[in-house]
Design a protein around this ligand. Structure first.
Ligand code: ACO
Length: 362
């Protein structure tokens, strides 16, 4: 029996392939490096959902406009909630019939709603009014504009490249959750809400914030090596290094490293972070010579989102905004397969007196 379902094949998919041994991520038949460098987010959504990119882009804009109509209702019930909890409520306010009412496919409404709800929730937490979406912009640019940040081209494209890079990643916990719920025919809204509940945990989508916390704690160049040595001596994990599946380099880390390089500003924390990365890799290789421990996606996610200008509170919501593209594709694929996901469990409790032993119970 495999606790945690490691290595268990739960679905057949044409959507993405994580080749951990080779350090490769293929999304819809393309290497993630190519998609992040050359594609637009709407093109990737069209690749995963089907359809034409121009039409998907227009539908995402229409989805944002439709979702904006729910913002007053959302803000009325989320005072004091974190942005990620508010996003969960926002998606819950949608009904499966809403997309058809707006003449939209469900993925376009769900994905379009993410930047609208996140931006409105974040601004409300600062006492600011929501900014209406502009359907003529793309998802990334409109998100920055709705936050009240400058949607200048370099930051917008960097954010778009981030969203593409994390749009899908095999049978991760939130995607699996989406497929389980979709397999019961509960509908796409419920499947996306459930996926978000899985994503928000610190073992899944909540890791990039702690990378910045670690950099803050280290503080200065002279402290890098002693801080790392103390942390490793104390049995701590260095945030942003190592991966359960990638036994070679996480390809997303390289993509985001390039994104970060394009955003380098004087006095940014990027140069300092690179020094921390080099010292961490040296220390990890010295202590684990037989186990390659490389930089993972979270290290450069933290640096990229920080350089784009997003506050730490928005890191996990931004992850959800990108990953909802993949969730929706998996939900549609699962709905087509028609088979309910229903694994078994092994019973380890007591048996009724005189009962025969049970080998495998459902
Ligand atoms: N810092 C210090 N030591 C580490 C690290 C790290 N980041 N990663 C692994 N190790 C050590 C382990 O403690 C273990 O040591 P041991 O043999 O003395 O017990 C050894 O290296 C081998 O560990 P693995 O089997 O490779 O690690 P595992 O698969 O259990 O964990 C994980 C993977 C959770 C990502 C781990 O590397 C970690 O905690 N990293 C830091 C947190 C982090 O960056 N999380 C984001 C991951 S990316 C993502 O999930 C999208």
């Amino acid at each position: 029996m495999t606790v945690g379902l490691e290595g268990v094949v739960a679905a057949e998919t044409r959507l993405s392939c994580v080749d951990g041994a080779a350090g490769r991520l293929i999304i819809g038949g393309y290497n993630v490096e190519e998609l992040a460098a050359e594609w637009r987010l709407a093109e990737v959504a069209a690749l995963l959902w089907g359809g034409e990119a121009a039409q998907v882009s227009a539908q995402l804009g229409a989805g944002r406009r439709a979702a904006a109509g729910k913002v007053p209702e959302l803000l009325a019930v989320t005072a004091g909630a974190s942005v990620i909890e508010g996003l969960r409520t926002g998606w819950s306010l949608l009904c499966d019939g809403d997309a058809a009412e707006h003449d939209l496919p469900a993925p376009a409404l769900l994905a379009g709603a993410a930047p609208v709800f996140i931006a409105a929730l974040w601004r409300a937490g600062r006492g600011a009014e929501p900014i209406a979406p502009d359907p003529a912009l793309d998802q990334a640019g409109d998100f920055l504009a709705m936050l009240g940040l400058d949607p200048e081209p370099a930051a917008t494209r960097a954010l778009e490249r981030y969203l593409i890079t994390i749009s899908d990643h095999g049978m991760n916990a939130s995607t699996f959750t989406a497929r389980v719920v979709a397999s019961t025919r509960a509908g796409p809204v419920s499947a996306v809400v459930a996926a978000l509940c899985a994503l928000k945990g610190p073992l899944h989508g909540g890791a990039p914030g702690p990378v910045l916390d670690m950099l803050d704690e280290i503080g200065e160049v002279g402290e890098i090596e002693p801080w790392i040595a103390r942390a490793l001596d104390g049995g701590e994990r260095l945030m942003g290094f190592g991966h359960r599946i990638y036994r070679a380099r996480d390809p997303r880390a390289d993509v985001l490293k390039q994104v970060v390089a394009g955003l380098r500003r004087p006095n940014s924390r990027i140069a300092f972070a690179e020094q921390v990365e080099a010292a961490a890799l040296a220390a990890l290789s010295e202590r684990h010579p037989d186990r390659p421990l490389d930089t993972n996606v979270e290290f450069y996610t933290a640096l990229a989102l920080d350089a784009i200008g997003l506050p730490r509170e928005l890191f996990t919501p931004a992850f959800a905004m990108g990953r909802v593209i993949g969730w929706c594709a998996h939900i549609m694929e699962q709905e087509q397969s028609g088979r309910i996901i229903r694994p078994a469990s092994r019973y380890t409790g007591p048996l009724p007196a005189g009962a025969a032993p049970v080998k495998l119970a459902g």
